[in-house]
Design a protein around this ligand. Sequence first.
Ligand code: 13P
Length: 259
Amino acid sequence: MANKPVLAANWKMNPISAKEAGDLVNGILDAAKAQDRVQIAIFPPYIWLLGVLELLAGTNVELGAQNCFWKSSGAYTGEVSAAMLAGICKWVIVGHSERREMGETDDQVAKKAGAALAAGLHVIICVGENQEQHTAGKAAEVVAAQVKAAMAEVAADDSERLVMAYEPVWAIGTGKNADPEHAYRTMRLIRKAAGNLIGQKAGQRLRVIYGGSVNSQNIETYVELPECDGCLVGGASLKADEFSKMINMTAAVYSAGAV
Ligand code: 13P
């Protein structure tokens, strides 16, 4: 196992209160602190970042944002720049399908990834086919095109700070997690497509993770895959007990040297 696995908790637009956000963080710290095999990062909404940052001080849990803007400052009402986030967070997610569905383009994803890497952030770029594309057998074609577009501003030197997340849109929040064999084939393709852009050596250094209805019942089937360097978890990361279980299970798989 060349790359340390990452378990990323994308809270999306949850929870509603600072108190709940604090409880959620405190609820996963015991499990997180007890292991050093897995890199754990949590991605709260912008408004909870500073509060969560305080709770994470001195722990092995890292902090990230769910989005960023590519300009560093200026008249961009409602936006938060990668440069601003870099003072607070280690990570940022770009190109999540829920943002793409709201109109975010490949070009914007590329600019966000480029700005975030330039600001020193670790970046998760999300790619994945939708149901229609999946049914039409076009997953590989769609995902390869998304990788190429999103990585337009990525250089080989960025590879250690880059994570590519394969998140099939039809698997997100549906309970229909992808068949591990399909996930494996697509994650392998993502690494190859990335390697074609920044060199195969750098392609081996970046991490490729899976997301889409991951929970404690199925996480092992992904983290055991040779191409899989971890998971991006949505709904199941909002339950401290469930996410703690997933931390323990992931750490156990990697400790056993199965991957
Ligand atoms: P779910 O785990 O809720 O399916 O969400 C996955 C996701 O979109 C993580 O970014």
